[in-house]
Design a protein around this ligand. Structure first.
Ligand code: HDE
Length: 705
C-alpha cells in the first residue's frame, strides 16, 4: 500500500495545479495570443469575422462556464485538513483509518446550507451540511453529515416532497432560502413525522455563529464491523472544540444583508490566520442484541440516541488547516456519497439511508456531466483505481490494453478481485426476509415523544428563541387555517409551546390539554451546556482621536494572549491619534463595520475620544445593538460615559461606580479610575467565553415551565 500522510491528497492535487504568473496568454490549444481586447473585424467599424478563433473560443468557454448547482446543499464552502485517531478502534471496526494514531488521513470538508441557491446568504435559518471525504489507504470514505442529529422524514421516497415544499414556491420562486412560506408549512402540517425535526429547525442550531462552532451528525444508523465479523449499530458525530454556538435571529437577518458570505468568510479567515478548526469524531454504539431495547426504533432517522442513554465515544480529531486554491475545481466539483465506505463500515436497513444510497451518484451524473466525475482531481482517491469501466464523457485516464472486462485470460485475469484478507469489501451478511410491501413500520410512528424530549432539554432562553422562530415562520404563512392546524399539531408536543406560538400569530390557543407525557430531557443537546472559550472570538474597539493609548494597548495584549482578535473601529479609516500623541490604524469605519460582525465590544477611555463618540450615532448604535444581541460589552474610564447614555442603563442594576474596581453584571464589564486593566481584561475575557448573556432577557420573556 502507498505511504500515506496528511499531505498525500495535497501532493496529488498539486499535479493538476497551474500557476499563471510569468506567462504569456495562449488559446486553449496553446497558441500564443497577440491581443485579447478587440475582436477581429473587417475594418475598424466593421463586423466581427467568423474566423476569429480566439473570440469564438473565449466566448464559447464563457457561455458554458456554469454547471447545475446541487439540487440541495447548493451553497457550500470547503477546506482541507487531516484526521487522526486517538487509539486503535479494532475492537469495533476494522476500518484502516481508525487504527493507527500516528497516521494522519487527509480529509476535505464541505459545509453548506440546504435550501438556498448557490448565491444565497449564509446565515439563513436552515440545516447545515457537514460533509467529509476521508482519503484513506483503503479508498475514499465519505461521512455526509448535517449539523442536526435527525432528519425530516423516515423514507427516502419522501425527499423530493419535503424539498419541493421548502424550496421557493413554484409560481413565483419566492422566498429564497427560507422555510417561512405556505407550501412548507402546508406540507408539514400534513406530514407529522416532521415534528421533531421542526423543533431543531426552529432552534438556535439553525443559525450557527460559525461552521467552526457546529456539531456534525451522520444521522443515519450505520454498522461498524470488526475483523472477527462482529457488527454493532453506530451513529457518528463531530464535536467542535470551540463548542456549539449560534447567532440570534435579528443578527442573522442583518448579516444576510451586510455580509452574505459571513460563515464562509469566517472559515476562510480562521484558516488563514492559523485558527485551525478542530472537531472530534465520536461514535455511539448499540449492540445487535440491544436493537429493540429502546423506546424508539434505532433505524428511524427522525429519532436521535440521547447521549445519556448511549454515550459518545470520542475516536479521534480532525483539523482543518488549508483553504482551497480554487472554489469551483475543489468545493463545487467535490462529490460526496454516503455509499462511499471502507471495510469495517457498513449500512443498515434505515429506509432514509437506503434512499440516500441511490440518490447521490444519480444526481452527480447530471451535475458533473457524466460517469467519470471520480476522475476530477478533488474526487480521486489517493489509492490506485483499477476498474474495467471505460469511456463516457470527459474520460481522463488513458487505460492501456484491449481488455476491459472480467473474467479475462488475455491479461491474466487482471485486475483481480481481492479477498477479504487482501482488503476486499465484503458486505455484512445480515439476514433479510420479508414480503414486498409499501408500508412503514409501526415502530416509526411516534412523532411527538422525542419532540417533547427536545423541548424539555432546552434552557429558558433557547425556548424563547424557538417560540420567536415559530412566530416568524408561521407569521409568514398566509393561510390562517394552516396556522391554526399547526398550533394544534404542536400541542401534541407541549401545551405551553402551542399556547405561546398561538399568541404570536393571531390564532386560537389549543383547546385540548397538550404534551406527550414525556418528562425526560437530554442535557447534552442544550447549547447552554456546551464548551465555552474566548478563543478565536472577535472584539470591536471603538475609539476616536484622543483615546487612551495605554488602555487599548493593555487590552490588545491580553486579548491576543487569549487568542481573541481585535479590530479598531472609528468614523474614518486611517490613523487616529491618542492623547499621548501616538497613533493607531483604524481597521474599519462605521460603514464597513457593524456590531453583528463581532462577538464583543470595548470602549476605551480618553476624554476627547469619548466626547466625540458621544456625538456619533453610529457608535451608540453599535453598543446598543451588541447589547441587544446579548454580547459582552466593556468600557474603561471615560468610556463608561458612553454606556451611561446607552440602552444598557435600562437593564443594568449595579451603579457604574468610581471605586477603581471591576464591575461585572450580565456581561457588562466596566471600570473607572484605573490604570491597570489586567483584572478588567480577564473579566471581559470570561464574559466573551460565555458567548451570550441571555440573562439580560426580561424574566417575563423567559419560557420556563
Ligand atoms: Fe443529502 N443529498 N439526501 N442528506 N446531503 C445531497 O447529493 C438525499 C440527507 C447531505 O457538500 C444531494 O451531491 C436524499 C441526510 C449533505 O456536496 C442529493 C435524502 C443528510 C449534502 C441528496 C437525503 C444529508 C447532501 C444533492 C433522504 C445528513 C451536501 C447534491 C433520503 C446525514 C454534500 C448531492 C456536499 C446532498 C439526497 C438526506 C446530508 C440529492 C435522497 C439525512 C451534507 O443526492
Amino acid at each position: 500500500m502507498s505511504e500515506m500522510n496528511d499531505q498525500s491528497k495535497l501532493d496529488q492535487l498539486e499535479k493538476f495545479k497551474v500557476d499563471h504568473s510569468n506567462s504569456k496568454l495562449t488559446t486553449a490549444q496553446g497558441l500564443r495570443v497577440s491581443q485579447t481586447d478587440d475582436s477581429l473585424k473587417a475594418g475598424q467599424r466593421g463586423p466581427t469575422l467568423m474566423e476569429d478563433f480566439h473570440f469564438r473560443e473565449k466566448l464559447t468557454h464563457f457561455d458554458n462556464e456554469r454547471i447545475p448547482e446541487r439540487v440541495v446543499h447548493a451553497r457550500g464552502f470547503g477546506a482541507h485538513g487531516y484526521f487522526q485517531v486517538y487509539e486503535p478502534m479494532g475492537e469495533f471496526t476494522k476500518a484502516g483509518f481508525l487504527q493507527n494514531p500516528s497516521v494522519k488521513t487527509p480529509v476535505f470538508v464541505r459545509f453548506s446550507t440546504v435550501v438556498g441557491s448557490k448565491g444565497s446568504a449564509d446565515t439563513v435559518r436552515d440545516v447545515r451540511g457537514f460533509a467529509t471525504k476521508f482519503y484513506t489507504e483503503e479508498g475514499n470514505y465519505d461521512l455526509v453529515a448535517n449539523n442536526m442529529p435527525i432528519f425530516f422524514i423516515h423514507d427516502g421516497i419522501k425527499f423530493p416532497d419535503v424539498v419541493h415544499a421548502i424550496k421557493p414556491e413554484q409560481h413565483n420562486e419566492i422566498p429564497q432560502a427560507s422555510a417561512a412560506h405556505d407550501t412548507f408549512w402546508d406540507f408539514m402540517v400534513n406530514t407529522p413525522e416532521l415534528t421533531h425535526m421542526i423543533m431543531w429547525l426552529m432552534s438556535d442550531r439553525a443559525i450557527p455563529r460559525s461552521f467552526r462552532m457546529m456539531e456534525g451528525f451522520g444521522v443515519n444508523t450505520f454498522r461498524f464491523v470488526n475483523a472477527q465479523g462482529k457488527a454493532r449499530f453506530v451513529k457518528l458525530h463531530w464535536k467542535p472544540k470551540l463548542g456549539v454556538h449560534s447567532l440570534v435571529w435579528d443578527e442573522a437577518q442583518k448579516i444576510a444583508g451586510k455580509d452574505p458570505d459571513y460563515n464562509r468568510r469566517d472559515l476562510w479567515d480562521a484558516i488563514n490566520v492559523g485558527d485551525f478548526p478542530e472537531f472530534e469524531l465520536g461514535v455511539q454504539m448499540i449492540e445487535e442484541e440491544q436493537e429493540f431495547d429502546f423506546d424508539f426504533d434505532i433505524l428511524d432517522a427522525t429519532k436521535f440516541w440521547p447521549e445519556e442513554q448511549v454515550p459518545v465515544k470520542l475516536m479521534g480529531k480532525m483539523v482543518l488547516n488549508r483553504n482551497v486554491d480554487n472554489h469551483f475545481a475543489e468545493t463545487e466539483q467535490v462529490a460526496f456519497h454516503p455509499g462511499n465506505v471502507v471495510p469495517g463500515i457498513d449500512f443498515t436497513n434505515d429506509p432514509l439511508l437506503q434512499g440516500r444510497l441511490f440518490s447521490y451518484i444519480d444526481t452527480q451524473l447530471m451535475r458533473l456531466g457524466g460517469p467519470n466525475f471520480h476522475e476530477i482531481p478533488i474526487n480521486r482517491p489517493i489509492t490506485a483505481v483499477r476498474t474495467n469501466m471505460r469511456e463516457g464523457m470527459h474520460r481522463m485516464t488513458v487505460d492501456k490494453g484491449r481488455v476491459s472486462y472480467s473474467p479475462n485470460s488475455l491479461r491474466g485475469g487482471d485486475p483481480q478481485p481481492a479477498t477479504e484478507a487482501e482488503g476486499g469489501y465484503v458486505h455484512y451478511m445480515e439476514k433479510v426476509d420479508g414480503r414486498k410491501i409499501r408500508q412503514r413500520s409501526d415502530s416509526f410512528m411516534d412523532f411527538f415523544g422525542q419532540a417533547t424530549l427536545f423541548w424539555n432539554s432546552m434552557s429558558p432562553p433557547e425556548r424563547r428563541h424557538i417560540i420567536d422562530a415559530f412566530h416568524f415562520e408561521l407569521g409568514n404563512v398566509l393561510d390562517m387555517t394552516t396556522r391554526q392546524r399547526l398550533v394544534d399539531l404542536f400541542n401534541n408536543v407541549d401545551g405551553e409551546l402551542a399556547r405561546e406560538i398561538a399568541l404570536g400569530i393571531g390564532v386560537n390557543p389549543p383547546h385540548e390539554p397538550g404534551g406527550t407525557g414525556v418528562t425526560a430531557s437530554s442535557p447534552a443537546i442544550s447549547q447552554a451546556n456546551t464548551i465555552k472559550t474566548p478563543a478565536t472570538r472577535k472584539v470591536a474597539i471603538i475609539a476616536d482621536n484622543g483615546f487612551n493609548y495605554f488602555e487599548i494597548q493593555q487590552m490588545i495584549d491580553r486579548m491576543k494572549q487569549a487568542g481573541v482578535h481585535i479590530e479598531l473601529i472609528s468614523k474614518y479609516q486611517g490613523p487616529i491619534h491618542a492623547a499621548c500623541g501616538r497613533q493607531m490604524q483604524v481597521n474599519r469605519n462605521y460603514q464597513t463595520a457593524s456590531s453583528v460582525f463581532f462577538d464583543a465590544v470595548y470602549i476605551p477611555g480618553g476624554r476627547a475620544s469619548v466626547d466625540t463618540l458621544l456625538t456619533h450615532g453610529d457608535a451608540m448604535h453599535f453598543v446598543n445593538e451588541a447589547f441587544k444581541h446579548a454580547k459582552s460589552v466593556a468600557a474603561s474610564n471615560e468610556g463608561v460615559d458612553l454606556f451611561e447614555q446607552s440602552e444598557i442603563l435600562g437593564v443594568r442594576l449595579a451603579p457604574f461606580d468610581s471605586s477603581g474596581q471591576v464591575i461585572y453584571e450580565k456581561g457588562v464589564v466596566t471600570i473607572r479610575n484605573a490604570t491597570d486593566l489586567g483584572a478588567f481584561a480577564d473579566e471581559f475575557l470570561g464574559a466573551i467565553a460565555e458567548h451570550r448573556h441571555w440573562i439580560r432577557l426580561a424574566e417575563k420573556d423567559m419560557v420556563t415551565a
